[in-house]
Design a protein around this ligand. Structure first.
Ligand SMILES: Cc1cc2nc3c(=O)[nH]c(=O)nc-3n(C[C@H](O)[C@H](O)[C@H](O)COP(=O)(O)OP(=O)(O)OC[C@H]3O[C@@H](n4cnc5c(N)ncnc54)[C@H](O)[C@@H]3O)c2cc1C
Ligand SMILES: Cc1cc2nc3c(=O)[nH]c(=O)nc-3n(C[C@H](O)[C@H](O)[C@H](O)COP(=O)(O)O)c2cc1C
Length: 579
């Protein structure tokens, strides 16, 4: 306000405010881009126009759609500012095309354990290759999305940013790394970027070139479906430490598109005991009103449904250091950023509030808590068979934290649901984990634990289609007696001929064997199926399935020459769903 008043006369300031008050969001965006562009014209510095008539390419790398959404937002801002732009998925982008581009904006997430989003692997490998062509003349900018609770924060964005520069590209604006609360930093970065992008010569009307298809579902993270729990059964032995449950949910919605291979995003709730502990320790009343974005709600509801109560972010630590005036906390905040991240990873919110007692204001507290993230669970049934139910296979996730054992939030929330309870969810497309388009193409399904879930949907779909599709299931778990998940379903599908081959691997009975063992033991069948065009699927625990894939790659390259496995991946015949 101070700066604005110094810059404008009082009369100008009031006219400006009167005008701004009448504009909608789109008009404001257009105006900001227009002014940014025209002010540069007047200073004679960098009028950026699209001389070649080329569009700016906004390319996104995503698994859970945040980057896709941001790419669309940026394209809308470009359209409003008269900047011709086009949105593309990095998953389908050829490196050759970059060589012909003038302006590229990359918006990418990091997934796995510091890996690129799985769909963009071919692009990532191509650009990282030693012989990648130089990109002199390319102007670029990178927006990186990540989660600071992961060790390799935003590394894919960081790597692509560095690589584009190393290949001769010129950076338009510095990279922005965003944490899970990315909306504001991403919007600010876009505002910084817009003036550096070329406007078309004739900026008389917004260049509306947003070509991205809107998601056909009404349901999303911000508008979830409320589904009733019909059943929640333990599939594994009662004594198992991390039980696996089968959940059946009522799907009373017309427009909830999920195909076999898709997942749902679950909006879980924090355990009431954790919320109570936080209220107790801070001396706050759950009844106090707070706001989150535009929403007014009680503190207890915000803590239960919207805030992450486990992982502290930097903003939380800043508030705690300010409230406690603790020199150690202040020192960590002002010190090395790597040590700060390490400290945050080694402490949960419960640790900080007990070690450094403080009494925050309710609103100040929710303002610094990270948003509770949805978790994905694969849909375990085909909606062609049961259109009004969704089945999930959920394993209790426990992890060691310091010298104690912690329970995962969403998995334990799901396991604790009773028939009649409701749960909020939205569809999550996984277009790269689909049955082959060509009917009759053989499929090899390799799964560990809950990795069986999407395969159950696959074989239900295959059974209904009546196609003769050779289908080989390889399933691994801990113990035959306790963990043969979906045993009856598997046996029935096998007896009906839908599953042509079933191999199981139980680690307690065969401690030396790995998931790859049954396939390698039957190497000639594997080679025969691959020669017949089989697609291969890997689903479940990332470490186990990465090891399985490495063993299969070694075998195939050994038998048929180096590069054979990579070729299968290039031909889109390897499908991964790892977590
Ligand atoms: C595409 C996809 C499909 C999936 N399908 C299934 C499925 O069908 N069935 C299934 O059971 N699961 C599935 N999952 C896994 C599922 O989404 C969840 O990740 C899993 O259930 C664990 O979630 P949780 O909320 O229980 O645990 P969380 O509460 O998310 O676990 C806590 C995690 O946070 C970390 N953490 C805690 N404190 C800190 C801190 N201070 N700093 C940093 N890190 C911290 C822990 O190390 C731990 O990794 C899938 C995942 C993906 C991506
Ligand atoms: C399974 C999984 C693994 C992740 N691994 C990382 C990681 O290693 N580093 C990181 O910075 N962020 C990681 N993230 C956070 C994502 O980058 C972040 O949620 C991002 O907003 C996702 O963008 P997208 O929806 O476009 O895929 C991970 C998220 C998930 C779901």
């Amino acid at each position: 306000m101070q700066t604005s008043l110094q810059m404008f006369s009082a009369a100008q300031w009031s006219q400006l405010n009167a005008l701004l008050g009448t504009l909608n969001v789109k008009q404001k965006l257009w105006l900001s881009g227009y002014l940014a562009g025209s002010s540069q014209d007047q200073t004679g510095s960098t009028t950026v126009t699209a001389e070649s008539g080329q569009k700016v390419l906004i390319a996104y790398g995503t698994e859970t759609n945040n980057c896709r959404q941001l790419a669309t937002d940026l394209a809308e801002r470009c359209a409003s500012a008269g900047i011709p732009a086009e949105v593309a998925d990095l998953a389908g982008l050829r490196l050759r095309r970059l060589g012909k581009l003038e302006h590229l904006v990359v918006i990418t997430a990091t997934h796995g354990d510091g890996d690129p989003p799985e769909p963009i692997l071919p692009f990532y490998e191509a650009i990282m290759a030693e012989d990648a062509a130089r990109l002199a003349g390319l102007k670029f900018a990178v927006l990186a999305l990540g989660d600071s609770s992961y060790e390799h924060f935003c590394v894919t964005g960081i790597e692509l940013d560095q690589r584009l520069e190393a290949l001769g590209g010129e950076r338009l604006v510095p990279r922005q790394d965003c944490d899970v609360d990315f909306a504001r930093p991403a919007a600010e970065w876009m505002e910084q970027l817009l003036p550096a992008l070329p406007r078309s010569e004739a900026v008389t009307a917004p260049a509306a070139t947003v070509e991205i298809a809107a998601d056909s579902s009404l349901y999303s993270k911000t508008n979830p479906l409320e589904a009733e729990v019909l059943a929640n059964q333990n599939l594994s032995h009662a004594s198992r430490q991390q039980p696996i449950h089968h959940l059946e949910l009522a799907l009373d919605a017309d427009n909830f598109p999920v195909l076999p291979g898709d997942a749902v995003g679950i909006l879980a709730e924090n355990p009431p005991a954790l919320v109570a502990m936080l209220l107790d320790a801070t001396g706050l009343s759950g009844e106090q009103p707070v706001t989150l974005g535009q929403q007014a709600l009680s503190l207890v509801e915000a803590l239960r449904r919207h805030c992450d109560l486990c992982i502290p972010g930097k903003a939380f630590l800043e508030l705690w250091a300010e409230l406690t005036k603790d020199a150690a906390l202040t020192g960590i905040l002002n010190g090395d950023s790597k040590l700060l991240r390490q400290f945050l990873r080694q402490h949960q919110i419960r640790d900080l509030i007990s070690q450094f007692p403080a009494h925050p204001d309710a609103q100040a507290l929710v303002d610094v808590l990270r948003p509770l993230q949805p978790r994905l669970y694969d849909v375990a049934n085909s909606l062609s068979e049961l259109p009004d139910e969704l089945h999930l296979t959920v394993k209790a996730y426990d992890y060691a934290f310091g010298n104690r054992e912690e329970a995962g939030i969403a998995s334990h929330y799901l396991l604790g649901l009773q028939p009649g309870d409701s749960v909020q969810l939205y569809p999550h497309r996984n277009a790269r984990f689909r049955l082959p388009e060509q009917s009759g193409t053989p499929v090899i399904l390799i799964g560990e634990g809950t990795g069986i879930a999407p395969y159950r949907a696959f074989w239900q779909e295959l059974a209904l289609s009546g196609q003769q599709t050779p289908c080989w299931l390889v399933f691994g778990e801990q113990s035959f007696e306790q963990d043969f998940l979906c045993q009856l379903d598997i046996q029935q599908a096998h007896a009906a001929g839908v599953l042509s081959h079933v191999d199981t691997l139980f680690h307690e009975q065969q401690p030396e064997a790995t998931l790859a063992t049954p396939l390698l033991v039957q190497g000639s069948r594997l080679l025969d199926w691959l020669a017949r065009g089989a697609h291969l699927y890997l689903c479940g625990d990332k470490a186990e399935l990465d090891a399985c894939e490495a063993a299969l790659e070694g075998y195939l390259d050994d038998q048929q020459g180096k590069g054979q496995w990579k070729q299968l991946a290039k031909d889109k015949r390897i499908h991964r769903n790892l977590y």
